[in-house]
Every structure is written in structure tokens, then in C-alpha cells.
Design a protein around this ligand. Structure first.
Ligand SMILES: NC(=O)c1ccc[n+]([C@@H]2O[C@H](COP(=O)([O-])OP(=O)(O)OC[C@H]3O[C@@H](n4cnc5c(N)ncnc54)[C@H](O)[C@@H]3O)[C@@H](O)[C@H]2O)c1
Length: 480
């Protein structure tokens, strides 16, 4: 059944781990890449951290036994001439607007850089980053984690093998769940384009990057439509206060009631009901319908407490204090406790992009924040066959349809992953670390180099220009 490709090379045995410094010990820096590194201490070691939030800085430093003199409150204190280059790699996971400056500085100091997406928030900055990386001859790898998933690398491999002939058209959808979209784009960090980046960059630069990677052609024209239709004050239920905890009259029925997401994680636990594993479905049912019983069990089975008071993403984003009291305090005063209809958000909650590539392949990409389930769907139609992909929190599947014999075959299937990235985060780290430890081919041509990532960022900026100006963007003019 399985034709998926293996993308790891963990058989490589390094002589000594790679030294790295971390800039920004937040959800991505600490909880994603940092946690992967902890399981791979023989291959990578963090020796310094820059992070202004004390709890995060100290928490990360403790895990890595980083001395006080190598703990910094800002990237500027770590990346400067006086200190110079103290490690092989610099992992930059600050917020969108704080990517270009530290990345340029790290490259100038001689670091190889792993930089979170979006690489930058303007076209000029993206180009500057590509030029600087190529000038100093250091790796600048962008965290387009989707390319490193088994799911999308299997699709890419199938296309390269000629399974569906030449690609004619792609329909791709980034379905952001009704609870996830407000977390990031209504209440959260990416709610205002001017403070972060346009949603078509912040949320879907991965999707545009996938299209470009699969089609293997630069873009000819881009057109986009999109609006902020729903998460607006005029749609608030009658009497809804500014914050969920200020006595909201519709708390019981509102899908966005904050404690239900950040304390009980109900939407995430509901996903268990889609699993093929009966044990997971059963555990989910208990948590959803018999919380008192689970509370009783948690007296004897300690890890259950992490589920009763959710200890993972997205709860880790709202506060450094993950006790129930700590979270309630965060919901009473922080951005994530606000009513989704009373926020200062301005990014569209649905947007479409039409793309024509130079090889005449056409594609449409839709992003929206009203999905029942989080995840991506893709349909790739070729001259000989079609591929359908589902890449969701509740499982993954690639189905191949042969046009001649009209039969279908499942190329790849995976059960619930509970995450939007599946094995993409670990695949990215594997690849980055291995390429630096071993002077292999990846060192010259990383899968998601700044140069490879530039096109998708240009597509995103062009799409936003099109949405705002209601016109079709000629990409050659736009590049100039
Ligand atoms: N690759 C992906 O799929 C993916 C997924 C989610 C987020 N992201 C991107 O990753 C980046 C980080 O997102 P996050 O969710 O981890 O955010 P976060 O807010 O949790 O982490 C950013 C951290 O940077 C710290 N910081 C602020 N100023 C700093 C300074 N001067 N020096 C050093 N650190 C500083 C903040 O205190 C914070 O802890 C964003 O650009 C985001 O768009 C990428």
C-alpha cells in the first residue's frame, strides 16, 4: 500500500554535536525545535539563548544547562561583534517582524541560520536576505516544514516518478478550524497585518511554497480576493461582553468560549473521535463526557491531569503559568480571553488566490478560518492521473486515481497526529542538523533555502496587493 519515501538520514553518526544558539524561546523555538533537540542531544546542543521573557529564558536555559553569561534578554546582546560567533548554527524563532535584522546579523557573524517563516514581511527584506546568504556562503534555511512531511514528500516523489503525467491544475485548500483561526488571527499574534504580516503570508506561505515546489515553475500571474466577514463587532451575540469571563450570556453555546479551548481543549479532544484506534476514541469519550470520573482516575494516574487542565499548545501560548488559576488570570487580562467579536483584528477570515505559472499550470488556493476540521486538502490533476491529499489534524491520506483504468490506490495513510505539521518539524530539524554535521549535498542545496523560499513569499505579497487593489498582478513586473 505504501509508496511513501523515507526522508531521514539518522544513521549518520556525528563525532560531536552541532553547537547552536536560540533566538526567541517561544512556541516554536523552545517547544518545537528545542524539544526535538532534547531528544537528539548527540547531534545538536544549545549553548546560548536570547529571550526577554524570564520564565521562558530560564526554562530553556535550565533544560540545556546554559550558564548565566550565555543567557541574553535580546538577540542584539547575543549577536554582536564583541561576542562574535560562538556556535555553528543560529535558530531564529522571533515573531514575524523580527526576522530580518537578527538573520542578517547572524549571517554576517558567520552562523548557518534556521529562520522561521515568513522569512521577512516585505519583498525588499526577503531579497536582501537571499543576497546576504549567498554573499557570505552560509546556509539560510526557512522553516517551510510542509516540504519535510512524509505526506507532501510522497506526493512530490509520485509526481517526479511520472505517476500522473504532466500537472495541469491544482486545487489546494488551507482549512483553518473555527477555533484555531481566532487563536492566531483574531485574538492572537497574527491578528493585525501591520503588526505581523498579511494572513496570506503568515498562514499560507507554506501552501504557496508547496504549489511552487510541486509545479516547478516560476509564477506568471496572481489574483486574489478576500475579506474579514465574520469576526467583527456587528456579529457579536446580544449582550456579549468584551471578555468571555465577564459573564457572557452565551458561554454555554458559544464555540469560541475561551476556557473551553485553553483549559479543557475540547475541540482538540473531539478530534479523537475520528481516530481509527478504539483506545484513543474511548479515552476521548471519557474526557468529553465523564470528566468527574477522569478527575477521580487522575488521583492515581498523574499524566491524566495534563488533559483535564490542558498543558500543551495552544494553552502554552496564553501564559507561562499553566495552572488553572494562571490560565484564568491570563484569560481575564490577556488577548486570548477576548470575545472573538470584540477584538482589534483586521486580517481577512477567508481569501482565495488564483495562480498561473509560467509553464501554464493553473492553481487555486483557498484559506479560510471557518473549517470544522483543521488541515489541508489538495487535488492535483495530471494528464495521466490524479492525486488527492488530505492532511488534517485527524489523519492523512493520499489517494491516486489512474485515468486509464479508473482504479484508485491509497499511497499513504496516517492516523491522528493532533498537529498541523505531522512529521514536518522533525523532518526539517533532521535535515538542517544533518546537513551541517555532514558536508553532504544538502549543504549546497537545502530543500528550503532562502532562494527556494523567495518565490512563495513573492506570490504572497503579490496576492495581498491584488486583494487590496482588485487587479491581476503580472509577476515579472512585480519582481522588477
Ligand atoms: N514553521 C511554521 O509552521 C510556523 C508555525 C507557527 C509559527 N511560526 C512562526 O514562528 C515565529 C515564532 O512564532 P511563535 O509562535 O513561536 O511565537 P512566540 O511569541 O511564542 O515566540 C517568539 C519569542 O520571541 C521572543 N522575543 C521577543 N523579542 C525578542 C528579542 N529582542 N530577542 C529574542 N527573543 C525575543 C518572545 O518573547 C517570544 O518568546 C513566528 O514568526 C511565526 O510566524 C512558524
Amino acid at each position: 500500500m505504501m509508496n511513501s519515501i523515507s526522508r531521514n538520514s539518522s544513521s549518520l553518526i556525528p563525532k560531536k554535536p552541532l553547537d547552536a544558539v536560540l533566538i526567541g524561546a517561544g512556541a516554536r523555538g523552545w517547544h518545537t525545535y528545542g524539544r526535538w533537540a532534547l531528544k537528539n542531544k548527540d547531534r545538536i546542543k544549545f549553548i546560548a539563548v536570547a529571550e526577554p521573557r524570564e520564565a521562558r529564558r530560564q526554562g530553556f536555559a535550565k533544560e540545556w544547562d546554559i550558564s548565566k553569561k550565555r543567557q541574553f534578554t535580546s538577540w542584539k546582546d547575543l549577536l554582536n561583534e564583541a561576542i562574535g560567533k560562538i556556535a555553528d548554527a543560529c535558530v531564529i524563532c522571533t515573531q514575524d517582524k523580527m526576522h530580518t535584522e537578527p538573520a542578517l546579523k547572524a549571517l554576517q557573524l558567520g552562523y548557518h541560520v534556521l529562520l522561521e517563516k515568513p522569512m521577512a514581511t516585505t519583498k525588499q527584506e526577503c531579497i536582501e536576505l537571499v543576497k546576504q546568504a549567498e554573499k557570505v556562503g552560509r546556509q539560510l534555511r526557512i522553516c517551510h516544514v510542509a516540504r519535510y512531511t512524509t505526506m507532501f514528500s510522497t506526493i512530490k516523489h509520485a509526481i517526479n516518478e511520472g505517476l500522473i503525467g504532466d500537472i495541469i491544475n491544482i486545487i489546494h485548500s488551507e482549512n483553518v478550524a473555527y477555533w484555531h483561526f481566532p487563536h492566531g488571527y483574531v485574538r492572537g499574534n497574527w491578528r493585525k497585518a501591520t503588526d505581523s504580516s498579511p494572513v496570506i503570508i503568515a498562514k499560507t506561505c507554506h501552501d504557496l511554497d508547496l504549489l511552487y515546489w510541486l509545479v516547478e515553475s516560476p509564477t506568471k500571474s496572481v489574483q486574489s480576493f478576500g475579506e474579514l466577514s465574520f469576526y467583527r463587532t456587528e456579529n457579536a451575540p446580544k449582550g456579549a461582553p468584551d471578555r468571555c469571563l465577564d459573564g457572557c450570556p452565551v458561554a454555554e453555546t458559544c464555540p469560541w468560549y475561551a476556557p473551553r479551548l485553553y483549559i479543557e481543549a475540547e475541540p482538540l479532544i473531539r478530534i479523537t473521535q475520528r481516530s481509527k484506534k478504539w483506545r484513543l476514541r474511548f479515552a476521548g469519550k471519557l474526557l468529553l463526557n465523564h470528566r468527574k470520573f477522569v478527575k477521580f482516575l487522575s488521583i492515581f494516574i498523574k499524566p491524566l491531569r495534563n488533559f483535564l487542565n490542558w498543558q500543551y499548545w495552544p494553552a502554552t501560548v496564553i501564559s507561562d503559568d499553566l495552572s488553572v488559576e494562571g490560565k484564568i488570570q491570563a484569560l481575564k487580562s490577556g488577548p486570548w480571553g477576548r470575545c472573538v467579536f470584540h477584538c482589534d483584528n483586521d486580517v481577512p477570515d477567508h481569501q482565495t488566490v488564483n495562480i498561473q505559472f509560467k509553464n501554464n499550470v493553473t492553481a487555486t488556493m483557498t484559506m479560510h478560518g471557518h473549517s470544522y476540521l483543521d488541515g489541508r486538502w489538495i487535488r492535483i490533476s495530471g494528464t495521466k492521473g490524479s492525486l488527492l491529499g488530505e492532511f488534517t489534524y485527524a489523519g492523512e491520506k493520499i489517494t491516486y486515481y489512474d485515468h486509464r483504468y479508473v482504479h484508485e490506490k491509497v499511497l499513504w495513510e496516517n492516523d491522528i497526529t493532533f498537529g498541523a505539521h505531522s512529521d514536518g518539524d522533525s523532518g526539517l530539524m533532521e535535515s538542517f542538523v544533518n546537513s551541517l554535521l555532514n558536508e553532504g549535498s544538502e549543504r549546497e542545496d537545502p530543500l528550503t533555502s532562502a532562494r527556494a523560499s523567495l518565490e512563495s513569499h513573492l506570490m504572497g505579497f503579490a496576492a495581498e496587493k491584488s486583494r487590496l487593489e482588485h487587479n491581476v498582478i503580472d509577476m515579472d513586473d512585480f519582481r522588477d
